[in-house]
Design a protein around this ligand. Structure first.
Ligand code: HEM
Length: 181
């Protein structure tokens, strides 16, 4: 196990920002897909980005289990630390459940919509029944809103640390800076 430094490891930073960019894009496409003309073909992109998020998240979890993150600042109260850990845990769960529910809803045997990953190869549908696909559809929509709310809270918390508390919580997750230790 690699020891904690003052900053996140390069791998953790790379996983964080690549997943953050893909999730932001997918939330925007997902939330506005009804208003975007079908001819633009954004939903195949949404599906491909979602599968990429799933694969990256599995890699990120493996990384997280083998690399300890830096401690939260000691000045934070117990409830602030507990809230931060809870939000992070739910975000990890959503990073897995959202793509899988999207994959399941696209696997409805009554209306299968195979995923062609950025036009490179086809991803098979999952063995879903119409009921499972229907429930996955409901879950995908609901959890999409939950993810949007948590991402906004997460961003607000990072900005609070940087501009109000003036600690290193945001800076230690920024790329391009020299690692301590
Ligand atoms: C990080 C991953 C993902 C995020 C954040 C995400 C988010 C969303 C959101 C917010 C919506 C709009 C829900 C609504 O209000 O109607 C949506 C719709 C949709 N998503 Fe995803 N999604 C992800 C992954 C996937 C994947 C992997 C697939 C398929 C393989 C997928 C397939 C779909 C489909 C087909 C819809 C449209 C559902 C409908 O027609 O009502 N999504 N997604």
């Amino acid at each position: 196990m690699i020891e904690r430094g003052d900053r996140y490891s390069r791998g953790a930073i790379a996983f964080h920002w690549s997943i953050a960019a893909l999730v932001l894009l997918n939330l925007i496409i997902g939330l506005f897909h009804d208003a975007i003309p079908r001819a633009w073909g954004v939903m195949p992109i949404h599906k491909s980005l979602g599968i990429a998020v799933l694969v990256l998240t599995l890699g990120r979890i493996a990384w997280r289990l083998t690399h300890k993150p830096p401690h939260l600042p000691e000045l934070l109260s117990a409830w602030e630390k507990a809230t931060a850990h809870t939000v992070h845990l739910i975000l990890y769960a959503l990073l897995l459940i959202l793509p899988v529910s999207g994959w399941l809803l696209s696997s409805n045997p009554e209306r299968p919509r195979p995923i062609n990953w950025f036009g490179l190869f086809e991803i098979p549908v999952l063995p879903a029944t119409p009921t499972i696909a229907h429930n996955a559809h409901e879950a995908h929509e609901l959890l999409g809103y939950l993810m949007t709310a948590l991402v906004l809270i997460h961003i607000a918390a990072a900005l609070r640390h940087h501009f109000l508390l003036r600690d290193k919580v945001l800076v230690r997750m920024l790329p391009g800076l020299r690692r301590n230790g």
